[in-house]
Design a protein around this ligand. Sequence first.
Ligand code: ADP
Ligand code: MG
Length: 634
Amino acid sequence: MGLLQISEPGGASPRRGSRKNVAGIDLGTTNSLIATYVESGQGAMESAVEGTVQTLADSHGAHLLPSAVQFGATGVLATGAAAKARAAEDPANVIISVKRALGKSHDELTASGDYRQYRFAADRAAEAPAFLTAAGARDAVAVSAEILKALAARAERHAGASIEGAVITVPAHFNDAQRQQTRQAAELAGIKVLRLLNEPTAAAVAYGLDSNERGNIIVYDLGGGTFDVSLLSLQKGIFEVLATGGDTALGGNDFDKVVVDWLASKAGFAAIEPARYPALLQVANRAREALSEAGQAEVVWGGWCGELTAAHFAELAAPLVRRTLSACRRVLRDAGMKLGDIDHVLLVGGATRMPVVRQAVSEYFAREPLHDIDPDRVVALGAGIQAEVLAGNRPNEDFLLLDVNPLSLGIETMGELVEKIIQRNTAIPVVKSQQFTTFKDGQTAMTLHIVQGERELASECRSLARFTLRGIPPMAAGAAKVEVRFQIDADGLLSVAATESSTGCKAEIQVKPSYGLDLGQVEKMLHDSRAHAREDMQARALGEAKLEAERLIDAIDGAVKEDGGLLDAAERQAIEAALASLGEALAGGDPALIDERRARLNEVSESFAARRMNATVGAALRGESIETFENLAK
Ligand code: ADP
Ligand code: MG
């Protein structure tokens, strides 16, 4: 969500009447919204840019569309509030929190507690697992498309014409699969996606923080199903994302669950019937939201009646609130910042209305967070503003917003080591190249193993893809030049290309969306890399020492085989002894010892190498193969 400014090519000002009808959509776990440019009235002067993008209400005046779809034998029966209201009576057919199912595998869904009230289609291998509803199997893309259709219809009613495109927001940590399924849902709904935009970025845009000269901004977004925290840095009107973090399994829903647990223990039932769970959650949700407005809330469940006080709720919620603050702490640490470096804190997401949350955030950051824009609407408003910019409706603010790459991407090199090519938290889109070479003489192919993660050893990272570059002309080890180019496009899709410089032979791959990398795993990978930092450094040192040693052993073995005649007996003996002791050190696994013995082998073979070189230069001058010379000069 970088907010680096890039001018639109030929960003000419739109003529009056040529304004494109575009929208910003917050496709939320719990609630979704749509925002568009709203005319300020007939005959009005060209109005100021601020305040012209607004969220649209339905015919009852509600801006929030609950992200719920009810299916029946004839298809979609209801969306939004009407569907949500029937969740308790028709739990299997009212799909809620479908956003959490985007990009997930069958096993992940069935294992997840979020979907215990649903049945899933039997095809476990399906790319997109489907909910079994009265209307048949419906996957997360299809269900999300229904929500998007309802929003688009709202915009169409408002403007009298269908929207020409939309900016749709996604959580900062959505992976490729989740982003792609979001796009697919929009396509299925007949909406052209101008861009996917990270939610915290949209919020920063809505607050217009770019009009400041400089500052560091924390966006704390606690929605119904996800928690995202991002640290943006603003310099001379340009935003950059320094770090992102959060928890995809933490939101208002989880605060509802602690209330359910409390209710269950108070009302004295051991196990909750799955079918009754949605109803119970609704009771808990109502009590929790009521608490934000008043000091206590009455809870009625069946024949049981009790009281939840703000103080007791604060106690129940404390562990969850602490988890959000730890994520904030990690983000600060990732960015190398202290609390005192933060200039603004933004509260986003309906769940930040809970006093216990707002208070904890202002205490932690020691400042009053910004919350004057409705935390439910702020993301949709930012997306709407961004849509206006992308559509060229705002010629004076033509910048695009960039995202970041959440985990480092690199390739495996010899010794199972990882060479990182794009570091984590790099703003995307991005292109980075690095040169690699062959390991063996005469090597004509190279396997590129693309890995993701922060660890030094490839086996500890996440394997994304492998591909092979063939057609490298046979050369001495280390002579070939292969350029490996990593490119991440604006949607986070990675393309990797390897090109050999002398022949131009090329191989490339697009890393396919990989299911199942959610924020939990991103966090675990980051945590592991910190926990294993020292051991990883040692592993890298050992890997590198081994590699160098093996290279030298190979070279000397080959040289002795070819030109052993140039050696006298004492030299040969010294080289053989040095080879043997290096071999022993290699078996021992102490990098310092390996390096020391390698240096020794170099030393005792130095004059032999020089003599070989002279012999070959002589041969080359006599017109023999120059390749042999290269072979030795390495
Ligand atoms: P999402 O981005 O996940 O769709 P929202 O930003 O719409 O979520 O936030 C929804 C969450 O906000 C729900 O968990 C809801 O209970 C919570 N919420 C909304 N209003 C209040 C309130 N007044 N007090 C406490 N929580 C609230
Ligand atoms: Mg949200």
